[in-house]
Each structure stands twice: as C-alpha cells, then as structure tokens.
Design a protein around this ligand. Structure first.
Ligand code: F6R
Length: 580
C-alpha cells in the first residue's frame, strides 16, 4: 500500500505527478502530498483524504521541474497532515516519499538527534539520510543499509537538480521519454506517455535527471538495466464512464471473460501445460478474494484432473508447519501480484527449491518475477478496491487451466465460447434491494462451489457496505450458527448444483422453521417457498460460480450506495496490500 511517483523534465511536472498519484490512489487514500524544488528550496503541499483534496490546495501558478508525490495508506501514525508524505528532514536538505515499512525505525530513531514532527517511519528514514555523509546518493545508500524492512523511495535534495530512487521489496519502476523521466509504484503511471520502462530489483538505486536515468547497485557501482516493452499493456478503459469504477468493472465482466477465452483459444497464449501435467498435486495460496478463486481452482483440478489439491490463506501458510513436496506445484493467485503475505509464501517455497506458478493480472508484478510459470489473467486494470472482474477472470482462467491439464479444453471449446458469448451483465432488482436492505444480520450459504460464492458475496458486502455478515457452508448451519437465525435474519442461499438441490432445500427449511427470511439465488426451481428469489441464467454447472457472483457484487454495490458509502474507496482498505 501507499503509492509513490516522481517526475523530472523540461516542463512543469506538478500536473503529471498529481495525475500519476490518481492512478495510484488504489494503493491508499488516507492522505496525499507532493514536494518539489523551487529556487533551491524544497516545498511541500499535503492534504488529508483523497487526492482531489490535494488538488484543491495546489494553486495554478505552482510550478516545478522536479517533483515527488505520495498517496498514503496509514501504517505508522494516524491519518493527519503531519503524517502525510513527503517528509522533510530536520535541516530541510531532503524530502522523501516512501512505500514500505522501516521495521527497525524505533531503534534508528533513538540514534538520531531530531525533533520528529510525525509518528512515521519515513521521517526517521529521511533523517537517517540527512545524518549520513557524502553525495546524496551515497547518503541514501548508507541509510538504506541500516534500514530493515521494505522500501520504494523517491528523494529530493535541495541543492541537486535530480531525484534519487531506491528499492527493496516494494515495487518501483522508471521510464525515460523525450521530455523527461518519470517513476512510480506501478506501470499505470506511464500510460500513454512511455513505451518502455525499467523495473527495479531489490537494492538497486537510481538518479533521475532531466535527460535520463543512471542505475547503481548497493555498493555504488553503476549498472546497466534492460528496459521492458509496455506497449502491449492494457492501459485502455481507465476512464470512468460510470458513476463508480466498481459499477464499471462489474459491467466489464462479460467482456473480460470473452477476452480470456480468445487469449487461450485464438490468440495463442503461450503456456507450458505439459510441464504442469507432471506435477502430482497442487497447493493454492492467496489472500482475500484471490483465496476464493483458489478454492474454486482446487475444486476444478480435483474434479477434472483427479489430482490432490490443497488451498491455504497466505498469512496462515506463511507461519504454518507445512509439508512440502517437490511433486507439488505451488500456485499463487493475486490480482496485483504484490500482496505481501502471498509474496512471502512464494519466496518461502522458492527458497526450498520447489516450483512456483502464479496467476496475476498485472504484468511485471513482483510475483511474476520469482515464478517459474506465469499464467496471466486478462481482466484489464481493476481500479475499485473491491475485486470484481479480477475475481471472475481468475475463476474462468483456473477453469480453463484445469480443462487444459485434462486435455478437455479443446473438446469443450464450443461450450466455453457459448458461455462467454451469452453471458450478460446481471442486474439486481431495485425493489428487492429495498426489501432486503432492512436486514442487519445476513448470512450467505452454499455448498461446494456455491459455498465459495457465499464467501465471496459476504466479503463484498462487508468491505463496501460495512455489514456484519458471514459466508458459510450450508451444511454447517446446524452445527452452531442456526442459533442466530430469527425473523430479523436474512439468509442468502446460493444453489446452482442440481445434485445438491435436495440438501439445500432442507437447509432452507431449517432456516424458515426458525423464522429466518431466505433469498434464494439459483438457475432452477426448488421445492421450497422462499421470501425472495433471484433467477440466474442457466449455464453448465462449471460456469455457475462466475454467474452467481455477479448479482451478489451488484447487491453489495447497491447496498453501499443506499447507505451513502463510496464503493470504490472503502474505509481502512487498499487495493495492493503490501503490509503483512
Ligand atoms: C477483496 C479484495 C481483497 C484482495 C486481497 C488480495 O475485494 O480485493 O481481498 O483480493 O487483498 O489481493 P491480490 O489479489 O492483489 O493479491
């Protein structure tokens, strides 16, 4: 979390940096700020809240050719202007923006004789730089050696017409154009302006100047780096043509699924399925929504390939007593490819000499760099914090993956095509919303693949409408949770598997017997009366997890709007979770 960007060029860079920050706002929006050089002095403008608040504070006449910027997701210290970046060192020599965590900041702080104005680890880092001797780059390198933790930083020095960059664990990239040099936490900041960019490895440093960039290792030796081509990167469709990105992204799902299909079946996506077939088992690891995709991925492989699969939440796997096997492929699913817990588990598996596959939506992300096999998803850029199209494309990609492993994909190609061509965006009935929005206690239930939709549907409602709800296996109700069912409870029952219809009907009866209200979401009729019903289009069962989640995403979105919340920027969350 936290996004940084920096620009140096022949023209004023303020607008470009603010525009870059807007692209990075998904990484946190507690506060934002810029610092720039003006007549040999460092000046800073900061604001609490979204970047639009910062924009209001920047006068039209503010102009600088050397600018750094930051959008914050608070880790150390509360949300306030003092804790907003950039942080300026005690003597005003340096300004720093930082994404990451200085784990030993308390120790470092004790050795610095400074009056700290903020509670942040970054203010310690920038003062550590100031306390060192040598050129600005040497001082940054010396300070970096003392830091334990993660960082992507951009640093201004008041007497130097340059920007200094450093990276360890947090992502950082830089691009050179004819009008200047630009750096940022992700590739989106280069959209429409640059064709190539350089991606930093850990403990690499750089000096950005108006005419180019020079790279260095931790010992100060200049190094050469190869630029990557970003012309194919999906920058398209970033403009908001709906009221909210989440709505836009929900509606883009049919198109994203079509794109996924065509990538596999007519655009010749290169992937070594033969190498994957050699593995005897699979262990899926991820966080949040991506963990839900993993649950389905594992079900698909067990169903179609009859191979053993395990699924773990990354933060649990990381410290668990796992049994490792070289015959197992460790599959990491992540929209961003930057999630700290997921990354840490992938590194752990690599260190044991085992094979890592990743399924990611962002090209050149950190996870891709350490994976042996990379299976991309084609959701396009997902801006809203709550994942929607990234989830359904992950699920579809994992389904196709499982079918390819069992050589079924080509046989089922027509069926897959029919699905993507016929899937429409599903709306959630407004009157129904009116009825169910009075419930404050909501459970989501389902079995097998519908249980995964129950988990994901509940997560959406929690994260953007702040409702206390729970997704659980329908069969588990009677082992405790049934005690909570009363006439004030709504249970959303997802039932898309005909073989389990009778079991779901019994669970619904149990809820009704306790006075609970039931909203059934299904593609077929059940022999039980429910209070509300959402009819799904009827596709083959393997597609139904993708179909059933769309009205649940809509429900969460409409619920959030009804309660007056901005669904794109839920409180306390950020899209790229780079803290543990
Ligand atoms: C929920 C959501 C999060 C992410 C989780 C993992 O809507 O977006 O739960 O799924 O933070 O993120 P990635 O997929 O980037 O690893």
């Amino acid at each position: 979390m936290c996004g940084i960007c920096a620009g140096i060029g022949h023209e004023n860079q303020i607008d470009d940096v603010v525009c870059g920050l807007k692209k990075l706002e998904y990484r946190g929006y507690d506060s934002s700020g810029i610092a720039f050089l003006k007549n040999g002095e460092i000046q800073a403008i900061k604001s609490v809240g979204q970047i639009k608040n910062l924009e209001k504070k920047i006068d039209d006449e503010v102009c600088s050719h050397v600018v750094i910027g930051h959008t914050r997701w608070a880790t150390h210290g509360s949300v306030c202007e003092e804790n907003a970046h950039p942080h300026i060192s005690q003597n005003g020599e340096f300004a720093m923006v930082h994404n990451g965590i200085v784990e030993n900041f308390e120790n470092l702080k004790g050795n610095l004789n400074c009056n700290f104005k903020s509670q942040t680890d970054t203010e310690v880092f920038v003062n550590l730089v100031e306390a060192e001797s040598g050129t600005p780059l040497e001082r940054l390198m010396k300070a970096s050696r003392k830091v334990v933790g993660s960082f992507a930083v951009a640093l201004l020095h008041k007497n130097t017409n340059s920007i200094f960059l450093a990276k360890r664990k947090s992502p950082l990239m830089v691009a050179v154009g004819k009008d200047g040099v630009f750096a940022g936490s992700d590739i989106s900041v280069f959209a429409g302006k640059f064709d190539f960019c350089y991606i930093f490895e850990d403990d690499e440093f750089a000096i950005m100047e108006e005419d180019g960039v020079k790279f260095f290792d931790l010992n100060g030796n200049q190094i050469s780096k190869k630029a990557v081509d970003i012309r194919d990167f999906d920058f398209y469709d970033e403009d908001l043509n709906e009221d909210f990105y989440m709505l836009k992204e929900i509606k883009e799902q049919p198109a994203a699924l079509r794109k996924t299909y065509f990538k596999f079946f007519s655009e010749g996506l290169q992937f070594d399925f033969e190498a994957i077939k050699k593995f005897k088992s699979f262990h899926f690891i991820a966080c949040g929504t991506a963990y839900h995709s993993c649950l389905l991925g594992a079900q698909f492989i067990q169903q179609f390939c009859k191979k053993d699969c395990k699924v773990s939440i990354a933060s649990e796997f990381r410290y668990g007593s796992n049994i490792y096997s070289k015959n197992c492929l460790y599959v990491f699913v992540s929209q961003s490819g930057e999630t700290a817990d997921t990354m840490a588990c992938a590194s752990l598996v690599k260190e044991k000499g085992l094979k890592v596959m990743c399924v990611t939506n962002v090209p050149y992300c950190s996870l891709n760099k350490l994976a042996d096999f990379v299976l991309p998803t084609f959701a396009g850029r997902e801006v809203a914090v709550a994942s929607t199209k990234a989830y359904t494309t992950q699920v579809f990609t994992l389904l196709i993956f499982a079918l390819f492993l069992n050589d079924k994909a080509t046989r089922l190609q027509d069926e897959l095509k029919r699905f993507v061509l016929n899937l429409e965006n599903l709306q959630f009935n407004e009157c129904l919303l009116e009825e169910i929005s009075k419930f404050k206690k909501i459970f989501f239930i389902g079995r097998e693949q519908d249980y995964v939709s129950a988990l994901e549907g509940a997560l959406k409602l929690k994260e953007i409408a702040y409702l206390n709800c729970l997704g659980m296996p329908a069969g588990e109700l009677k082992h405790g949770t049934l005690a909570l069912i009363d006439p004030q409870t709504l249970v959303i029952a997802i039932s898309t598997q005909r073989a389990l219809k009778g079991k779901m009907e019994s669970n619904i009866e149990e809820i009704k017997a306790r006075g609970g209200k039931v909203l059934l979401i299904s593609n077929f009729k059940h022999n039980v009366e429910t209070d509300f019903f959402v009819e799904l289009p009827d596709f083959d069962e393997m597609f139904m997890p993708i179909v059933s989640i769309i009205p649940l995403q809509q429900l969460a979105l409409n619920f959030a709007l009804k309660l007056g919340y901005n669904p794109d920027k839920p409180r306390n969350l950020a899209k790229s979770v780079t803290v543990e």
